[in-house]
Unconditional design. Structure first.
Length: 283
């Protein structure tokens, strides 16, 4: 079975930074690629800031902090990932962008390298078919924030080999995560169940059943959820939420997946949640 020693991460956002920390903590070498050097350098700053907070609270020694940082490198060049054993793509949730990227990765990364996507909803098989190694493509879906969340969905497209899935599962376990295996269907497990709930919470508010605060308080107090649906929508991002709902609706045609008009209006107005400091709440 392929041994994972070096991991490439594509994307320098919150998830990319989180993945870099998770992999480095597992004592694996990781290289993060951003489209710009400034974006790549920002990954190191983000990871270092998070580790510094842990060190200040006594959760890490200074030597451990430096060791973790020492296993992370950054670049703005895709060809620097050529010798990686595993690539995890975590760029924008746009199928065409990801398809083009997997086509390019197939030409750059060594033939035995596994190509994985961190998509939360999109069909993994469509990315696999952009490569000349569809048997070595799968989904490895970490949840945000990656250093704190224990679950990882391992997505198996029809084209993936048993070895690829076994390696992906072993990698997630080595990172201290709890991997669950799921077939390649839109939304996988978590989002397929979660987003009808979030969408219907917006519908309930739009119908005037209760206020945002009341709905959030009810789901926290009545179901013991750590946060209410509107707080979670703001955290995920309203634009991302609409994209996920659209992908789910395209595959299943279930009206529960049809994004409520209010969500679309808020996205059109640039009210995207925490990332814009304005969503269902102001931050």
């Amino acid at each position: 079975m392929t041994e994972i020693k070096k991991v490439g991460v594509l994307g320098s956002g919150i998830m990319g930074s989180g993945l870099a920390e998770v992999v480095a903590r597992a004592e694996l070498e990781v290289i993060v690629r951003s489209r710009t050097q400034a974006g790549a350098d920002a990954v190191l700053h983000t990871v270092d800031s998070g580790l510094a907070r842990h060190a200040a609270k006594g959760r890490l020694t200074e030597d451990e902090r430096q060791s973790i940082l020492g296993r992370i490198s950054v670049t703005d060049r895709l060809d620097q990932l050529a010798d990686c054993d595993l690539i995890i793509e975590s760029v924008v949730e746009d199928l065409e962008v990801k398809r083009a990227l997997f086509d390019e990765l197939c030409q750059i990364v060594k033939p035995e390298g596994i190509l994985a996507t961190n998509t939360s909803t999109l069909p993994v098989v469509e990315l696999a078919m952009m490569t000349r190694r569809p048997d070595k493509v799968c989904g490895i879906h970490f949840f945000n924030p990656a250093p704190n969340m224990s679950l990882v969905e391992i997505i198996r497209p029809l084209t993936a080999s048993h070895e690829t899935i076994d390696v992906a599962t072993a990698f997630a376990t080595a990172c201290g995560k709890n991997p669950v295996l799921v077939e390649d269907r839109a939304g996988f497990i978590v989002n397929a169940l979660l987003f009808p709930y979030l969408n219907n919470a917006v519908r309930m508010y739009e119908m005037g059943t209760a206020s945002i605060d009341s709905i959030d308080a009810a789901m926290m107090g009545g179901c013991n959820f750590p946060m209410g649906p509107f707080a979670l929508l703001d955290l995920v991002g309203l634009d991302t939420s609409v994209s996920i709902l659209d992908a789910l609706y395209t595959e299943f045609r279930d009206p529960n997946y049809a994004a409520v008009p209010l969500l679309r209006r808020m996205v059109a107005a640039g009210q995207l949640g925490r990332k814009t400091k304005q969503g269902f709440r102001s931050y």
